[in-house]
Each structure stands twice: as C-alpha cells, then as structure tokens.
Design a protein around this ligand. Sequence first.
Ligand code: ATP
Length: 358
Amino acid sequence: MSSVTLDHVHKRFGTAKGVEDVHIHIESGEFFTFLGPSGCGKTTTLRMIAGFYYPSEGNIRFGSQDVTDLPPHKRNTGMVFQNYALFPHMTVFENIAFGLQVRKVSKTEAKERVERIMGLVRLEGYGERRIDQLSGGQQQRVALARALVIEPQILLLDEPLSNLDAKLREETRFEIKRLQLELGITTIYVTHDQAEAMSMSDRIMVMQGGVVQQIGTPHDIYHAPVNRFVASFIGETNLWTGTVVAVEGDEVQVRTSSGQLLCGLRKNASPLSRIAVGESVLMSIRPESIQESLVSEGENVVTGTVEMAEFTGACVNYVAQVGSEPLRSMSINLGRPIKQRGASIGMHIPKESIYFAE
Ligand code: ATP
C-alpha cells in the first residue's frame, strides 16, 4: 500500500479554473474522502491522481515515487466509476478478469484471483451471469471486484454509490468500509453526500469552487468547521454572530442579540487570531448540543419564542426565535410536555458546544 501526496497541485481547463493549490498527504492505508457540492473539483482531483488529467502545476507522488508523468495504466491504481463502466456483453467473470488479461496474468492464476475476489465482495456463484442480468447493487460489486483484483496500491472511488437506492447505499457503504479495513488499502473516495463521508472516512477534505476549505477527521469537520460553508454543508447547525467582549484564559464572553454567551476556547480548533476583544465572530452550535432549560435564567440560558415544535417519538425538535436569530434544537424525548408555537422557551447552550468558525 502506498501514501499519496499532492504537492501544490493546480488544474486549469483553458481559462476555466478546475482546482487550485491542492496540498495533501494521504497516509498509507487511510480512507480519505473528497467532499463537496457538484463542480467543486473532486473528480478533477481524483482524475489527476488516476493519471487521466495532467496537473497544470504541482506534483503527485505515490510513496516516494513521483508519478506526475506516468500514464494511468502504469500507476497501479484501481478505479470504480460512478456508472461502473462495465462491459455489458461480457460475464461477471470476464469483467473482473479483464485487467488481469491485459497484464498477461496466466489463466490459472487469473481464475484463482477472480474467484478469491468474488468471495470477498460476496458474488460467489455469479461468474457466468451477464452484466445486464444483475441488480444495480450486484453491478456495483462487480465494479469494485474489477478494481481490486489487480491488487492496486491505491483504490479510487468516484461516487460509487450514487446509482443505488437509499437502503442499498447504506448497506454498501458498510461493505466498502469492511473491505477497505480487511485489505488495508489506501482509499480515496469522492462524494457529495456528507453522511457517506462522515461514516466511512478517516479524514475528509471539503472543497468548494475548486478550493480546499478544510481537511480533518469527521469529528473535527463536524464540530470545528473552519468557516460558514463547511459548517452549513456538514449536517445542520446554528450559525450565530456576536462580538467578543472579554477573553479570560480559555473562556471567551461573546455579546449576541440574545445576551451574553460564555464560550470555551480550544487552542487547536479556534481561529485564535480572530478571538480578541471587539472582534466580530461567527459561532457554530449544533442543534443536538442544545437542551431545553427548566429555568429561564442562568449561565448560557437564552430565552426565545417557539416557532415550530416537532415530535418524532425519540426526539423533540424546536425552532425558536431568540433575539434576532433562529435557534434550532434537537433533543432526546425525556417525556416533558411539548411547548407549542408561540410559547416562551428557555434553551441552555453548553459553553463547550460553541465553536468559532471563520
Ligand atoms: P460533480 O460532483 O458534479 O462531478 P466535481 O466536484 O467532481 O463535480 P469537477 O468535475 O472536478 O467537479 O469539476 C470542477 C470544475 O472544473 C467545474 O467547474 C467543471 O466545469 C470544470 N471541468 C471539469 N472537467 C473539465 C473539462 N474536461 N473541461 C473543462 N472544464 C472542466
């Protein structure tokens, strides 16, 4: 298995910008995801790693080997495309064996390897079926088997689940993760689906408009988004603005439209240069960290008016207008009476759940 390094890589298409200055080091064996909305540059970056696009600037290394000038078939990567790109007139066995034939692997060895990989992706007994006789989920597994059978150093997956229905997508993401852990293969995964990225990845690179916004673990990206885009792209969050009125040790007092909030300052997760008295700040507060307060006053208790109450059985969700900003909360149902629209409600915002962004 191999690490992957992109050293200040740019890609321009004529005058159009593809991606700008991508600088990452993906560890050997890591599951690394490029996440972002359509057109953000995920596929372009993946295609440069596969060798289908040549970077306008910068270098790409696999381990210590510079592969920038190597054509795709010399890079030893396995790729799964969004539409699978299978050969419809061939059988499952022939599709999977194709890459081995091209590499002149003997028939006996090819048969062994294809059978082993069919077991791994749970396609035993399907060897003689034609591709058009398979379900979408089975076709997806053939595509995965075809990429893995050549024993690549790096597995590249471009939105591999987008043609599956929601339930199968969820099952298949666990399958892919299981395989990746079993094989320990360095995996680069492209998706616009934040739940997929969060559930599978060791680290995620969030992109927008061809520019890297943040690189971090799912936990970091979720809890400590660096800017407004990342905070709102990943899950739901409350974004509040305020002005810093005091900084004492690792605590910060921020004035908001609904009163003063005490916030925890994390040395590794806060943009420290912005946290100074008089500065305006953006705060991200996840709905599930906010609790209805039984008292209307106290540290970090804000009072608002219920605009919407939602009872899902397991959870009670509120949207309340607090000062000039809406506040969305999501709590486990503790059996308390549900407040209705127009009622006054106290909400407790724990200081450790407030993150500074931007
Ligand atoms: P999607 O999820 O829709 O596939 P993406 O994040 O993968 O989107 P890219 O396909 O990498 O985005 O595209 C990034 C930008 O580069 C877009 O503005 C796109 O129009 C442009 N682009 C991509 N490929 C080409 C090309 N071959 N020629 C010209 N522009 C291109």
